[in-house]
Design a protein around this ligand. Structure first.
Ligand code: GLC
Length: 530
């Protein structure tokens, strides 16, 4: 086990810094807060922490619009706070992963201010400027992810610039070698400060079609879906040349020992796996988001795992994500009972898991009153359920005022059940969601088969998902009842199985001979003995 890279055997935890821990009393989390909570990661048993952007930003998209890549926004603290966080994390044996947002800057970034100053400015070609059509309309039909056209008109210089997200987030021109060099320098700036890797924002978007062809319509789009889904973004993203950039980023990373490159890429899995690179020389982990929208049945989940395992290039290491700061929380999607099975799935499948902060206490989507909406997507396309505030609410730590998150007014409302659903309360209850996560993480850490072993399907019927993980003679078996009815599983005959973890107390499932009875919604992990 010790020989495998840390990001293969380890578990990653995503922190959304605004909502993790406030120390300044302004209602927004900060770096000192993350540092004060490092004990939580150790107590939980994760290995690496990825923090969403903390760089200088006007916050039009809450930090995904960066105006200085080499500075910490005062809202989050200082560079000294950051260095102290890295040092303390490393002192505790934790890795720290930063969010790199290379596709676009803020419109307040000095590069863009120069670029838009005149057509002759040396930075003009750092962004994507085009003439409109003769009738004055935008250069093509590309859409912005948060609604409307992807093109914004600049009256001063008489051209449009492209923005895949908000108009305040102009896209950089990644065909320009100067842009590449500048961003690779940004990566080295943070790598030199000791960060253990990057999660690269919208990696597949970096390069757009050279001919700026229109995206075709999406025949499956229906009213009520995000407007960006009206088109199939085959020309505005996922172009072949993006792989060349991903490989260059990987070379930057690989000049440092033990670093990891994670790619945020929302694509069908056959396209997604291409971002490992032909020679496994691109992202170490192209985020696998299939569970974010999976139909929650044994059949669908089994198929997802099987297809993914089959499509992975030889030697590529898988990974799994259940929730993140852009999508609905797992506990709301599948309900509290199945959320326990989801945790078992995430932490026993083959591949690096990423846990989203708050999921370990079973946090759900928090309804946001209209006057407290923050997310620009919700403001642009209200009422469609696209808003991301409900999954970004403050971490409930304990039963003190504001759940111990802040002494001020939290920037988003807390979960209504925070007096009981919080870290301190759940730590005191071994049967809690937090207790389950700690048990699963400890089990995974102690088991080479769960950490690194092969995935082997186990035949099951009637809404049960079952699989083994195997390594060097060690065999672990996960059995998940995806239904709310009692079910049973016939255990493989060639071993004697002992339950080592149950989602629902001793009643969850005990084998009688080869028959494992599973109460409704139960998950059980068993070990093969001799
Ligand atoms: C990514 C981020 C999301 C952000 C967008 C634009 O999808 O995860 O939060 O809004 O990129 O940077």
């Amino acid at each position: 086990m010790a020989q495998a890279e840390w990001w293969k055997r380890g578990v990653i935890y995503q922190v959304y810094p605004r909502s993790f821990q406030d120390t300044g009393g302004d209602g927004v989390g900060d770096l000192k807060g993350i540092r004060a909570r490092l004990g939580h990661f150790q107590d939980l048993g994760v290995d690496g922490v990825w923090i969403s952007p903390v760089f200088t930003s006007p916050m039009a998209d809450f930090g995904y619009d960066i105006s200085d890549y080499r500075a910490i926004d005062p809202l989050f603290g200082t560079l000294e706070d950051f260095d102290a966080l890295v040092a303390d994390a490393h002192g505790r044996g934790l890795k720290l992963i930063l969010d790199l947002v290379p596709n676009h800057t803020s419109d307040q970034h000095p590069w863009f201010l120069q670029s838009r100053a005149s057509r002759e400015n040396p930075k003009r070609d750092w962004y994507i400027w085009r003439d409109g059509k003769p009738d004055g309309s935008p250069p093509n039909n590309w859409l912005a992810n948060f609604g409307g056209s992807g093109w914004a008109w600049d009256a001063r210089t008489g051209q449009f610039y492209y923005h895949a997200y908000l108009p305040q987030q102009p896209d950089l021109n990644w065909r320009n070698p100067e842009v590449r060099a500048a961003m690779f320098d940004v990566m080295r700036f943070w790598l030199d400060r000791g960060v253990d890797g990057f999660r690269v924002d919208v990696l597949g978007h970096l390069i757009k079609d050279e001919q700026f062809r229109d995206d075709p319509p999406n025949p499956d789009w229906r009213p009520g879906q995000a407007s960006v889904e009206r088109h199939l973004a085959i020309y505005s993203s996922d172009r072949p040349e993006a792989h060349e950039v991903a490989a260059q980023m990987r070379r930057v990373i690989d000049a440092y020992p033990d670093r990891v490159l994670i790619g945020e890429i929302y694509l069908p899995v056959d396209r997604l796996v291409s971002y490992y690179g032909r020679r496994l020389d691109e992202a170490n982990l192209p985020f696998n988001f299939q569970l974010l929208q999976a139909e929650w049945t044994a059949e669908a989940l089994g198929r997802i795992v099987r297809d993914y395992e089959a499509l992975l290039p030889p030697g590529a290491w898988p990974n799994w994500v259940l929730s993140n700061h852009d999508r609905h929380r797992i506990a709301s999607r599948v309900g509290p009972a199945q959320a326990r099975n989801a945790a078992v799935l995430l932490l026993t499948l083959r591949g690096t898991p990423t846990i989203y902060y708050g999921d370990e206490v079973g946090l759900e989507q928090v309804p946001i009153p209209p006057d407290r909406v923050q997310d620009p997507w919700e403001k642009n396309e209200p009422g469609l359920g696209l808003g991301r505030d409900p999954c970004r609410t403050p971490m409930p730590w304990d039963a003190s005022p504001n759940a111990g998150f802040t002494t001020g007014r939290p920037w988003l409302p807390l979960n209504a059940d925070w007096p009981t659903r919080n870290v301190a309360a759940e730590r005191a209850d071994p049967a809690s969601m937090l207790g389950l996560h700690r048990d699963l993480l400890a089990l995974r850490r102690s088991s080479p088969a769960l950490s690194l072993g092969d995935y082997v399907e186990v035949a099951a019927t009637g809404g049960v998902l079952a699989y083994e993980r195997r390594l060097d003679g060690e065999r672990m078996l996960a059995a998940l009842n995806l239904t709310s009815e009692p079910r049973s599983l016939v255990l493989p005959a060639d071993a004697a199985w002992t339950p080592v973890l149950r989602t629902a107390g001793p009643a969850a499932g005990s084998p009688a001979g080869r028959a494992l009875a599973l109460v409704p919604d139960a998950g059980v992990v068993l070990r093969a003995g001799t």
